[in-house]
Ligand binder design. Structure first.
Ligand code: ZN
Length: 223
């Protein structure tokens, strides 16, 4: 594995992203969680039961792949199994973010997936952002997520919110931002006719472009 950012840098970045998802109104109360993979079996993670508004680098935890806190005084959040599921399936991924951005979550709680109806979005996220069926938090929710991990870089979680991932926290954050932006447009379009799908003939070249820039399934390996 190439040398990535240090633990301190990841702690700082996780605190910055936490603040950002709070500022943007994507979380309330203690909602949301952020992780970044430091090394195999070493993950920097936000602690449970604190607002994302006020987390500092020193509040972050370092955990191992069995959820044990290796460094830090606080407790790990219960949804960490979803993050570990992503890291377990995708060795190219080094950051995962979960939040409840309102426009995307409105779709998730009404059981709608999100088609990618803008050309740039197909390149960034693929044909659509799928909806993971609702399952009870814990092993059932982790099993429900598993089938989507190789094809997708962001998903809507039915009855819950959004999970996104990427090679670093910036990419995972930008993917969630795009999911929320597309959802806002789709929801605004719904009462005036709804978004129109891109012509089917344009999908293949857009998906080829996605592969060319190093995204999409062709570029992936199982961990
Ligand atoms: Zn949640």
């Amino acid at each position: 594995m190439s040398r990535g950012p240090t633990e301190h840098v990841l702690r700082r970045q996780a605190a910055e992203v936490s603040r950002l998802i709070w500022e943007r109104g994507w979380v309330a109360n203690h909602d949301g969680n952020v992780t970044a993979r430091l090394a195999p079996g070493r993950i920097v993670a936000t602690p449970t039961a604190l607002s994302k508004r006020a987390l500092g680098a020193e509040d972050m935890l370092l955990i191992d792949e069995s959820r044990r806190v290796v460094r830090g005084r606080r407790r790990i959040f219960s949804e960490v199994g979803l993050h570990l599921e992503v890291y377990g399936s995708r060795e190219d991924v080094a950051a995962v973010i979960h939040a409840h951005p309102p426009h995307a979550t409105a779709r998730a709680v009404t059981g709608s997936s999100l088609p990618c109806f803008l050309p740039e979005a197909v390149v960034t996220l693929g044909e659509s952002v799928p909806l993971v069926p609702f399952a009870l938090p814990g092993p059932a929710a982790e099993a429900a997520l598993r089938p989507f991990l190789l094809e997708s870089d962001a998903v809507l979680l039915a009855g819950h919110g959004v999970l996104s991932w990427g090679v670093d926290l910036e990419q995972a954050y930008l993917r969630m931002e795009l999911v929320e932006h597309l959802s806002q447009i789709a929801n605004l379009a719904a009462p005036v006719g709804g978004v129109q799908a891109l012509p089917a003939s344009t999908l293949a070249p857009l998906l080829e472009a996605r592969t060319r820039v190093g995204l999409g399934r062709a570029d992936r390996h199982r961990a």
